[in-house]
Design a protein around this ligand. Structure first.
Ligand code: 5GP
Ligand code: MN
Length: 337
C-alpha cells in the first residue's frame, strides 16, 4: 500500500480502524484523530480513537470525545483486543512508537495495515502508507489534505472542520509561529468555508481557564522564571509539590514555556516539570536553533526544530543540573543570530 491510489482502494471495503494519538494528546493530536474518525465513519468504517493517556479539559468539547478509549494499565486487555481486531491502524501526530508507551509494542506486533499521518522530524519506519510532511505546521493539515486527495472534501462538515481547525490553530500558536505558511491560511480558509467556527474554537481552547490555572501562571512568571543572558536562555522548573499546590490538571502548564521565549533577546526557553513517573522537559526556540536536536541528543525526546519535548528518569534537581551542563555545549549556537 505505497500510494494514495492503493490506500483509496483499500478503503473501498468497510474496515475496522483504530486511530492512535501520542501520550498526553494536544489539540492537534486529538483534533486530527477525531476529524479523521468522523470522516472514516461517514465512509462506513468502524473506528475507535485510542489515546495513551488522559488529556486536558479544554479539548474535550470535540465531537466524538465521549467515544475515545483512554488507555490505562487496568484497561490494557481491552486496548489489546481493540488493536487485535483492527485491520487498519492510524498513528497521528507522532512518528516513533515509543511515544505511545505500552501500546507501541502492540502496534509493532499487529499485522494490520499501518498509516502514519504526521509532521514530526525523523520518523521511524513502521507504516505501510505515510502522509508525512515535516514542512506541514500541523497533523490536522495533513488529514485535511488526505481527505481532499481521496476526493472527499465535500464530506468535511462543520464538526470535522472544527476538529481540524483546532489542530491548525494551536500548532501555529494562533497563526503566529514561523510555521504559519501560505498553505496554513489556505487550509484554514477551506475549513472555515466547510463550517469551522474560529471564534468558537479559540474560545473553547483558550478562554476556559480555571482560576487555579491562572494563579499557577502568575506564580511561575513571578517566582519561577529564570534568565541566563549569556546563553540567551530562559527556564522554569516546577516541582510536583508546586503543581499540586495549584491544583494543576493535565494541560495547565501548556503554553507557559512560550512566555520565556517572549523575552527580548531570548532564543531558548525550557520548562522542566516533575510529572511523578518522570521528569518532563518542554523546549522552545527561535530561528535556526534546533530544540529537536537538543531533546533527541540529551533528553530522550524530539519534536520539531522550534518545539520539542523530552524526559528523564533523574530527579528534578538532577535534571536541572544536567540541563545546565548541556547548555554550554550550545553556547556558540545560542549566541549567534
Ligand atoms: P510539548 O513541549 O508541547 O509537550 O511538545 C512540543 C513538541 O514536541 C510536540 O510536537 C510534541 O509532540 C513533541 N514532543 C513532546 N515530548 C516529546 C517526546 O518525549 N518525544 C518526542 N519525540 N517528541 C516529543
Ligand atoms: Mn502536531
Amino acid at each position: 500500500m505505497e500510494n494514495i491510489q492503493e490506500f483509496k482502494q483499500y478503503l473501498q471495503i468497510s474496515r475496522k480502524a483504530v486511530i492512535l494519538t501520542h501520550f498526553k494528546p494536544d489539540a492537534d493530536a486529538l483534533g486530527s484523530s477525531l476529524g479523521l474518525a468522523r470522516y472514516l465513519k461517514q465512509k462506513g468504517h468502524t473506528v475507535t480513537v485510542i489515546t495513551p493517556s488522559d488529556y486536558p479539559d479544554f479539548i474535550s468539547w470535540m465531537p466524538g470525545n465521549s467515544d475515545v478509549f483512554i488507555f490505562t494499565k487496568d484497561k490494557s486487555e481491552k486496548a489489546e483486543a481493540l488493536i487485535n481486531q483492527a485491520n487498519l491502524i492510524f498513528c497521528l501526530d507522532f512518528s516513533s512508537l515509543n511515544r505511545i508507551n505500552d501500546l507501541g509494542e502492540m502496534i509493532r506486533k499487529s499485522p494490520a495495515k499501518k498509516v502514519l499521518i504526521d509532521h514530526h522530524l525523523e520518523p521511524e519506519k513502521f507504516a505501510d502508507f505515510e502522509q508525512w510532511d515535516d514542512t506541514a505546521a500541523s497533523t490536522a493539515e495533513l488529514v485535511f489534505k488526505l481527505i481532499v486527495d481521496l476526493g472527499d472534501e465535500a464530506l468535511v462538515d462543520g464538526e470535522t472542520a472544527n476538529c481540524l481547525y483546532a489542530g491548525l490553530m494551536t500548532d501555529t500558536g494562533s497563526f503566529r509561529h514561523s510555521n504559519t505558511s501560505h498553505q496554513v491560511f489556505q487550509i484554514a480558509a477551506a475549513l472555515v468555508a466547510r463550517g469551522a467556527n474560529p471564534y468558537k474554537v479559540s474560545k473553547l481552547i483558550y478562554d476556559t481557564n480555571t482560576i487555579e490555572r491562572l494563579r499557577l501562571m502568575g506564580y511561575v512568571l513571578s517566582e519561577k522564571l529564570q534568565v541566563l543572558p549569556e546563553y540567551r536562555t530562559a527556564y522554569m522548573v516546577l516541582s510536583a509539590e508546586e503543581l499540586k499546590r495549584f491544583g494543576s490538571q493535565t494541560g495547565d502548564t501548556e503554553g507557559l514555556v512560550n512566555y520565556g521565549l517572549s523575552i527580548k533577546g531570548i532564543k531558548l526557553s525550557v520548562m522542566i516539570s516533575d510529572r511523578k513517573d518522570s521528569i518532563k522537559l518542554s523546549l522552545r526556540s527561535l530561528g535556526d536553533f534546533s530544540v529537536n536536536e537538543m531533546a533527541r541528543s540529551h533528553f530522550g525526546g524530539g519534536g520539531h526544530r522550534n518545539a520539542a519535548g523530552g524526559q528523564t528518569s533523574l530527579t528534578l534537581e538532577e535534571t536541572l543540573k544536567k540541563f545546565l551542563t548541556v547548555l554550554p555545549l550550545y553556547k556558540d549556537q545560542l549566541q549567534n543570530d
